[in-house]
Design a protein around this ligand. Structure first.
Ligand code: DO4
Ligand code: MG
Length: 286
């Protein structure tokens, strides 16, 4: 059972629960409104909706990206040892990445507004002015305005790593661009996930029929606790419609083996979901 947004055949957008081939509407008009509530209230609304039996078939519904309104997407960086060593290797700025990996304060950055977020089956974006871009498969936390974890998503934090490698101060240009933020369609409620601190994350990149890269990690390899990242994010910020916090990547393709237009990237996180997107550097696609 997952939380989703969908568009009906008459063009109305709804928010509800997706279970098997059924949808059940929730008493909220947007996902932003859901994220204004405490987890206990959201859970109660979900349980009441499911037990009401007011199910509709999902076949005619168009599932949408999971966020709307003023909900933002933020990223955490250098939270896995592999991310730290890869950034140091690609840029030569070893000390900066070493320091942020060890420091109390994590690296946190704005990634996307809700209206720019793409989802499963959409194209994924590559910057046309960067010839070394990578996919970053990450577990993303869905947080309400009260800094509680409501659920989880798969995030592909697409990154123009060739730009960041020239100078880490170019980070916003390496992270924010059309098609650069892809989230899975359905929010897995946090209360439904067993051992969220040890989930398997896998990624595969296909060029035509050929598998050109694959990798895996586990969330247990992350240096920081989820609660620690959440606490730092809310320390100096407010999110009236909640926020999605992507927790960083533990899978990094080797230098020089970046994505090309036409590559299909598939990311899966146990119990959370799957993302499959074909990459493009054509900005008219977004
Ligand atoms: O320092 C750059 C960002 C790193 C990042 O996005 C990650 O580690 O996932
Ligand atoms: Mg990342």
């Amino acid at each position: 059972m997952k939380l989703v947004r969908w568009r009906t055949s008459d063009g109305t957008t709804k928010v509800g629960v997706h279970e098997d081939e059924y949808l059940v509407e929730l008493p909220f008009s947007t996902m932003a409104e859901v994220l204004q509530h405490k987890v206990a209230d959201i859970r109660r609304a979900v349980e009441e909706a499911v037990s009401s039996g007011r199910r509709v078939g999902s076949a005619a519904a168009e599932l949408l990206a999971p966020v709307d309104g003023r909900t933002e997407v933020w990223g955490a960086g250098v939270t896995y040892q592999l991310s730290r060593s890869a950034r140091a290797e690609e840029s030569g700025f070893e000390e900066i990445y070493h320091h942020v990996y060890e420091a109390d304060r994590p690296e946190l950055f704005f990634k996307s507004a809700a209206w720019r977020v793409l989802t499963d089956g959409d194209p994924g974006g590559l910057r046309p002015d960067c010839d070394d871009s990578v996919c970053e498969p990450e577990l993303a936390l869905v947080l309400n305005r009260h800094a509680e974890i409501v659920g989880a998503l798969v995030c592909n934090d697409l990154t123009a790593r060739g730009i960041e490698a020239v100078n880490p101060i170019y980070l916003p240009q390496a992270k924010l661009f059309p098609g650069g933020c892809v989230l899975s369609t359905a929010i897995a409620p946090w209360w439904s996930i067993d051992t969220p601190e040890d989930l398997l994350i896998t990624m595969a990149v296909y060029r035509g029929p050929e598998l050109v890269f694959s990798g895996e990690t586990r969330t247990s390899a992350m240096r920081r606790q989820y609660g620690e990242l959440v606490q730092w994010l809310f320390r100096g910020e407010q999110f009236p419609d909640g926020v999605v916090l992507s927790t960083g990547t533990g899978i990094v393709p080797p230098l020089g083996e970046g994505l090309r237009p036409g590559d299909r990237v598939i990311v899966t996180i146990d119990q959370v979901g799957t993302l499959s997107n074909v990459m493009t550097d054509d900005r008219d696609m977004f």
